[in-house]
Design a protein around this ligand. Structure first.
Ligand code: NAP
Ligand code: FE
Length: 368
């Protein structure tokens, strides 16, 4: 047995995690750049908790609250330029995966002042100023992964920045997810489930990543009745948040696999939310495995009696009919075939037809 496992992020979980752990904000610098989207950091109360804590700790701050969903490199450059002007020494990302990923990329641009929107992806191994994370969705696990997924309009897709930025600390408080509407709760929960499964059914999976994925899948499975009934109490919200962070820990070590690589096209070209995009492809993805032994374990861990039961559940969660043309899925399949980094994470041989068939079976192909 030979493997590497890394998880340097300090996890602070529980109700009022920010307010109860105010000393965890010390030691990173005199001024913080707070990075958020337009509304959710405010309506969830997370921004208020963070700013009150910083005031109490005598840490100055500036706020950049213009991170859009699936953040693009231009926004990252704007936020980094603001952070440099403000002389921020560390970053606090508050929100879903978009502000958290953006925080990591902004941190790299602040630390490496010569980088521009054009050169951000050019070389690997850039370091970031410290980043702390306060997630308000239970889905991406970005707070425990080293990844930052950005929209790159030049490449006409979403791509991982390719640098390794682990957050110094993550404050997991499920109260911030309580006001999330049903579709955001479901789509982000589906993202967490896909991380756990793609990490589990992965060429790079190890004893430790499997241990995480198995526990995460069991926790997530306990939330299935609530997802079906659209009824989430605090305990379930906490389970979803923990399952999401555990999913992040798993994929931080394994990477994601086919649905994530293929889902980016659905998000970029069709505007499908990230978690939903992965989940739409999931039935066909799980069916494409020749060796079903670990796939069967996934169903069991999630609490389903069979693959059919899981597929029925997925169908109830997926409120989307995405219409595409044959030419579109041909183009996306070709692009995916050149994404060798993602392909090698799938433990079986992947041909162009494998990819094409997953798209074809998952979407409504317009024959006109
Ligand atoms: P998101 O794009 O961060 O946010 C989606 C929407 O949800 C936004 O309108 C946001 O509002 C709103 N929102 C967030 N928290 C809310 C809350 N508690 N209540 C009500 N509304 C809320 O969504 P996400 O699914 O969490 O993140 C998706 C991004 O993460 C994608 O770019 C994806 O590629 C990336 N991702 C990263 C990783 C990784 O490892 N780094 C893994 C998977 C996915 P505001 O705009 O007002 O904030
Ligand atoms: Fe994801």
């Amino acid at each position: 047995m030979e493997f590497t496992y890394r998880m340097p992020t300090k996890i602070l979980m529980g109700k009022n995690a920010v307010l109860k752990n105010k000393h965890e904000f010390l030691g990173y610098g005199k001024k913080a750049l707070i990075v958020t989207g337009k509304n959710s950091a405010k309506i969830t109360g997370a921004l208020e908790d963070v700013t009150n804590t910083l005031k109490e700790m005598n840490i100055a701050y500036a706020i950049f609250d213009r991170i859009e969903e699936n953040p693009c490199t231009k926004t990252i450059e704007e936020a980094a330029s603001f952070g440099k002007t403000e002389e921020a020494e560390f970053i606090i990302g508050i929100g879903g995966g978009s502000p958290l990923d953006a925080s990591k990329a902004i941190g790299i641009m602040i630390k490496n002042k010569h980088l521009t929107e054009e050169t951000l992806f050019s070389e690997k191994k850039f370091e970031s100023i410290p980043v702390l994370a306060v997630p308000t969705t239970a889905g991406t696990g970005s707070e425990t992964t080293p990844y930052a997924i950005l929209t790159d309009h030049r490449a006409k897709t979403k791509r991982n920045l390719g640098q390794i930025v682990f957050c110094k600390a993550a404050f997991l408080d499920a109260k911030y997810t309580e006001k999330a509407p049903y579709d955001i709760t479901v789509n982000t929960a589906l993202d967490a489930m896909t991380h756990l499964v793609e990490g589990y059914l992965n060429t790079n999976s190890t004893y430790l990543s499997d241990m995480l994925a198995e526990k995460g899948l069991t926790l997530w499975g306990e939330c299935v009745p609530s997802l079906l009934e659209a009824d989430f109490d605090f305990e379930i919200r906490e389970k979803l948040m923990l399952a999401s962070s555990i999913g992040g820990m798993a994929i931080a070590n394994t990477g994601t696999s086919l649905p994530h690589g293929m889902g980016y096209a659905l998000t970029y070209f069709k505007g499908v939310p990230h978690g939903l995009a992965n989940a739409l492809l999931f039935k066909a993805y799980l069916r494409c495995f020749e060796n079903k032994s670990k796939v069967e374990k996934v169903y069991k861990l999630l609490g389903f009696g069979s693959g059919e039961e899981f597929e029925e559940f997925l169908l109830k969660m997926l409120h989307a009919d995405i219409v595409v043309s044959r030419e579109e899925i041909e183009g996306w399949s070709e692009a995916m075939c050149s994404n060798t980094a993602k392909l090698k994470n799938h433990p079986e041989l992947v041909a162009y037809e494998t990819i094409y068939n997953i798209y074809e079976q998952s979407l409504s192909v317009n024959k006109g």
